[in-house]
Design a protein. Structure first.
Lengths: 232, 227
């Protein structure tokens, strides 16, 4: 039997505790933004989930490189896990952004470069899953997945820098703003503390989820091989 | 020097093979051309390309046309290799596989440029604009190069999957976005007669992605075709 590692339990507790603490800080510690009011609080989780999405796709690309060098299928299961979690967090990022944009920009969605490139990034990883589902042989699936995760991640920097390259409506909180951006604000020290804390909290939650997903992949493989044994 | 010569001769052999096959059948180029013209005509109806409107969207229409026609060529170029086991024959040859990749990519680039070379004047005549601006031609060259560099790699993956033909556009379009967007913006800049300082950021981005995609595809192609 695969025993659940002790360290994973510790990580579970840390993830739940820090996530609850971050939620508490956002609601009770962070000050109300003067112009935007309560809806500005979505910012803490919006940026944190965007960060985790990018981090996750970066992990998938790095693991892809390692797989191509080592040819060990365990790295492939890390890659799939990272892509799946990245898709989930990017989706959270886009949806929380829409919730914020409704009162601030007066629309759920605009064809702003930042929004569009983030959505294209999401589609890259949907394509990744479709590519994998089209290949039965595990070893080839892993190779193609690794190559596509590397190629796909090359378009991610564009997402991140589009905000600085195009004229965009999306505000930049860290660094200088485009004069056309709407809904920009300056962070007070308390806001910065909550912001950094939620970044850390989401990162812990991320690694916890990643570990669970990798274990799930391993268990699924075991079930598969046991089933083959029973049939034989 | 001695390591480079066999590489180049292998590469040019692959290019020569593709060009000869194309010269005899004329399948890919004619399909791409007819398709490209059809796309332009459909755009004409769909977007109602009025003279005052089209100046702004010409670059977009052009690049969508080229990208769609390019996908057709890329799909075909790898499908013919896969169908009769030609790819296995190519891979059995005692040459660097990167040379095979570069040969295929270069042949694909030539096909796409040939299509562009015919589409551009035709588009110019149909809509009474001059598209043969030197800077714009460089953008067409760079944009096609980046598109084909990543497209050749992805099409050699797509032909090995169960879903084959429908997979290539899904894999290619989101990844090629940086190349296509910067090419559209640079083309639009030249069409609108903007100064170099307005076009330069997009031009730079295009060159950067050309270099990135070509070198990465060059490095990983080996692990895409290995058996």
């Amino acid at each position: 039997m695969l025993q659940k590692p002790k360290l994973l339990t510790v990580l579970d507790v840390a993830a739940i505790a820090s996530f609850l603490a971050a939620t508490g800080l956002v609601f009770f510690y962070a000050p109300l933004e003067r112009v935007m009011g309560a809806v500005q609080k979505v910012f803490y989780f919006h940026v944190a989930s965007g960060w985790v999405g990018m981090l996750s796709f970066a992990v998938a690309a790095v693991v892809g490189v390692i797989y191509l060098i080592r040819k060990d299928l365990k790295w492939d299961s890390v890659g799939v896990a990272a892509v799946e979690i990245g898709i989930a967090f990017t989706l959270i990022n886009v949806i929380t952004g829409a919730i914020w944009a409704r009162p601030i920009w007066n629309t759920w969605w605009t064809w702003d470069p930042r929004l569009t490139t983030a959505t294209i990034m999401e589609l890259v990883y949907f394509a990744y899953l479709m590519l994998r589902s089209g290949i039965e042989e595990p070893e080839r699936r892993a190779r193609f997945g690794a190559v596509y995760a590397i190629i796909g991640f090359l378009s991610v920097p564009l997402t991140f820098f589009s905000i600085r390259l195009f004229r965009t409506i999306h505000p930049v909180v860290i660094g200088s703003n485009d004069p056309g951006a709407m809904g920009a604000f300056d962070m007070t020290p308390r806001m910065t503390q909550v912001f950094l804390f939620s970044l850390v909290a989401f990162t812990i939650v991320y690694f916890d989820l990643l570990w669970h997903r990798i274990r799930l992949g391993k268990l699924a493989e075991r079930v598969e091989s046991l089933r083959l044994k029973l049939q034989a | 020097m001695s390591g480079l010569t066999p590489f180049i001769s292998a590469m040019s052999a692959v290019i020569w093979k593709d060009l000869r096959a194309e010269w005899r059948s004329r399948e890919v180029i004619s399909a791409m051309l007819v398709f490209a013209l059809l796309v332009i005509l459909i755009f004409n109806f769909a977007l109602d390309l009025q003279p005052n409107v089209r100046a702004g969207i010409s670059s977009g229409v052009l690049w969508v046309t080229l990208a769609f026609a390019g996908t057709l060529g890329l799909n075909r170029s790898m499908a013919v290799e896969k169908d009769r086991g030609c790819l296995d024959g190519l891979l059995l040859a005692p040459v660097d596989r990167a040379a095979i990749y570069l040969g295929k990519a270069f042949a694909n680039l030539l096909f796409m440029l040939l299509v562009a070379l015919i589409v551009l004047p035709v588009y110019g005549i149909l809509y009474n604009t001059n598209l043969l601006i030197p800077g714009l031609l460089v953008v067409i060259l760079l944009g096609s190069e980046g598109y084909v560099a990543v497209g050749t790699l992805l099409s050699s993956m797509a032909v090995q999957a169960r879903t084959r033909d429908i997979l290539l556009p899904i894999l290619l379009f989101p990844v090629a976005v940086p190349v296509v967007v910067s090419a559209v913006k640079a083309t639009g800049g030249y069409l609108a007669g903007l100064g170099w300082e307005e076009i330069q950021p997009w031009f730079t981005l295009l060159v950067v992605y050309d270099v990135i995609f070509t070198s990465v595809a060059f490095m990983v192609f080996d692990s895409v075709v290995e058996e």
